[in-house]
Design a protein around this ligand. Structure first.
Ligand SMILES: *Cc1c(COP(=O)(O)O)cnc(C)c1O
Length: 390
């Protein structure tokens, strides 16, 4: 095979997502003095844009980091060694965040799950209700579990904490949901929102975000886990004037400015509607193929990505290799304990109907070529779904 591959690569993993040309061009500019007046204007504008996207009047901090860094920032700023935190095995990323917490010396109470459902608010209420002396310091959930394609109901989880009358902080990972499905940090009463650049925000990897409530800032005054790079104190103080306590990722901030502009032009509701249509169409294709989605709860399906189960005896990664070699199509691998059993179709970020039809065409044909027993007609079902919701 020739090394040159004509046409576009299809990057349909659930993050990093496709970066639009406009954002690439916005970043291709000389780096400026991050302690000068031009920079302050840029920083104040993008930080305000982040507040709008996350839905908060409070501080949003932007680290030169991946999402994992923002996970760590959320924990080390608000908690002390040995603090109890309630976390959930919604899937691979739930397991990973719990691992970060344990390595930092926190006591994780981990609610087991089957990787096919979101967080049950009833379980939150029951666990916190039993905790009369208020030993849990935080409840940590993933809004969108990217390893499975499952959404957890954040407003209902907030209500469950309130019904139990419990003072724990609510921390939410929105790394793969922000900018793709509705989310409101302030209105929903979230204390720490964790996000990153490379999924719904359509940027390359390299920025991690935390949005923080007043209660979380207060907690950071007494929390004693060691922190330096991640410390909110200096970051919030410097950000107020449009500066950072260390060198920021200036060119990614150019990209973020363009990303916010695109969201404002398009309108958040319109972006969410597009993701909903693409989620529905993809699920219509999966059903027509006669395959199962990883998520078993119809009310929890993610419009960011779809996890697809392989029939028994068929290896998802062998199929993914066919899709890549034959169609130059990258699909998400199964992560952690479900590796090989499923694959993930990303339909987030800068994406349109025809890109989805092309993606699903590649999936359908590669499944057939890989010898996986499916019914054809998934793409047709997806097209009908898209026509019906246009
Ligand atoms: C991608 C992702 C992460 C990890 O983010 P990195 O940027 O790879 O560190 C964590 N949580 C969720 C929900 C994700 O989708």
């Amino acid at each position: 095979m020739s090394e040159y591959r004509s046409g576009r690569h299809f990057l349909q993993i659930p993050g990093p997502s496709n970066v639009p040309e406009r954002i690439l061009r916005a970043m291709a500019r000389p780096t400026i003095d991050h302690r000068g007046p031009e920079f302050a204007g840029l920083a104040l504008e993008v930080l305000e844009g982040l507040q709008w996207l996350v839905g908060t009047d409070g501080p949003v901090l932007a680290y030169p980091s991946s999402g994992t860094g923002a996970w760590e920032a959320a924990l080390v700023n608000t908690l002390s060694p040995g603090d109890r935190v309630l976390m959930f095995e919604t899937g691979h990323f739930g397991v990973e965040w719990a691992g970060v917490a344990r390595r930092l010396g926190l006591e994780v109470d981990f609610v087991e799950g089957d990787w096919r459902h979101g967080v049950d608010p009833g379980v939150v209420e029951e666990r916190l209700g039993r905790d009369r002396s208020g030993t849990y310091r935080a409840v940590c959930v993933l809004h969108n579990e990217t390893s499975t394609g499952t959404i957890s109901p954040v407003p209902e989880i907030r209500q469950a904490i309130d019904r139990a009358g419990h003072p724990a902080l609510l921390m939410v990972d929105t790394i793969s949901s922000l900018g793709s499905v509705p989310y409101r940090h302030g209105e929903w009463g979230v204390d720490v929102t964790v996000a990153a650049s490379q999924k719904g925000l359509m940027l390359p990897p390299g920025l991690g975000f935390t949005a923080v409530s007043e209660k979380a800032v207060e907690a950071s005054g007494t929390a004693t886990l060691p922190r330096s790079y991640w410390g909110w104190g200096r970051m919030i103080a410097e950000n107020e004037r449009g500066f950072f306590p260390y060198t920021p990722a200036t060119n990614l901030l150019y990209g973020l400015k363009e990303s916010v502009t695109i969201f404002r032009e398009h309108g958040l509701e319109e972006v969410f509607r597009r993701h909903r249509r693409h989620g529905e169409a993809t699920r219509a294709a999966v059903a027509a193929w006669g395959l199962e989605t990883q998520c078993l709860d119809p009310s929890a399906h993610s419009d960011v990505l779809t996890g697809v189960r392989m029939p028994r005896g068929h290896d998802a990664d062998a199929f993914r290799r066919v899709a890549l070699e034959r169609y130059d199509l990258s699909l998400g691998t199964g992560l952690g304990k479900i590796r090989g059993q499923m694959f993930r179709i990303g339909h987030l970020g800068d994406f349109n109907d025809l890109m989805l039809i092309g993606t699903l065409g590649g999936v359908e044909s590669a499944l057939v070529l890989a010898g996986v027993p499916i019914r054809r007609g998934g793409v047709d079902s997806a097209i009908r779904s898209l026509e019906g919701t246009a």
